[in-house]
Design a protein around this ligand. Sequence first.
Ligand SMILES: *Cc1c(COP(=O)(O)O)cnc(C)c1O
Length: 395
Amino acid sequence: MTDSASSRARQTRIVHPDLELAPGFESFSTPVMRASTVVFPDLAAVRGADWRNDAQWRYGLHATPTSAALTQRLAQIEGGKHALLQPSGLAAISNVYFGIVKAGDDVLIPDNVYSPNREHGNWLAHDFGLSVRYYDPMIGAGIANMIRPNTRLIWIEAPGSVTMEVPDVPAIAAAARARNVVTAIDNTYSAGLAFRPLEHGVDISVQALTKYQSGGSDVLMGATITASDELHHELKRARMRMGIGVSVDDCSLVLRSLPSMKARFEAHDRSALALAHWLKTRPEIAAVLHPALEDCPGHASFMRDFSGAGGLFSVVFDERYSATRIDAFVEALELFAIGWSWGGAHSLAMPYDVASMRSASQWPHRGTLVRFYVGLEEEADLRADIERAMVAALG
Ligand SMILES: *Cc1c(COP(=O)(O)O)cnc(C)c1O
């Protein structure tokens, strides 16, 4: 203890303690480094600070070593260079909009997009002077014909997380790049494990870490991943201006789940695919929309670009069942809970009104769509649950 320190009052020494922690501690966990204030060594460090430099610590909202441990891992998973964290997957989508587009710009969004993205786009079109147009997700290279001089951003979702249509991502990305248009993909479905969009020419990958990365149905977080310094800075500046950041306690929960993510993803994938194959044999079902099945739109793109599918797929019931009967089926399920989000251990089921997203000319099905998320229960029990609910509700 220095002389000046030893002469201070007890209260001051509580705030400025003189600690001696034994060196040499090591564990597998990332320390939770909580901070609002980040302490600078001197004023030269304050004045020389540059928000673009990820190696400098400035303020707890922007990053701490805990959040940096997560962003670096996320960038590595997807073969990117940079990642940023947002408080939800939707906040990551919003970060892309506010980082990339300005009034007067045009944005293209796939028709089957995650609906809060659609609502966000519509909001910007209505109140902030953007032009927003929707495209058929199966358009492929034809997207080139839709690009206008003021088109700045093209959204992609692969596959659409309700209709399961798999777009030709490299074709869309190539057409965009040829015209200097930024592409952003909602890559939540693949967790960045089964599909690496940056290697297929996409500029920004968005993840809802709420899903597989968290794995526990108890954390909300999102990320944007890029390979370009320039795009990273555009997103980082918008994030800073909007004042958004994430809790390092939540980062610590995601960091805890990441090592098991691939094993969980593969377990979800196995059960979901087995259930999808079985559902195809059921007379109640008109179509099974699982990208690994041959008749799923975009199956060829899926086989070319993806290495797996995870736990999510949809079915379309025969049109002889009314939407009310299908509601009764969903409510009769015991192991499949009714709720949003996915990526945890628990299976989920939700009916969707596809007519509100896909125009009738582009959507061949008439029956009601139900999306299943297959959790980590035994597949045989899930199958029995679906069969029992079908008998109970559909007769
Ligand atoms: C869940 C989800 C999001 C949003 O994630 P939140 O963390 O719930 O905001 C975005 N895109 C897709 C495809 C999702 O499934």
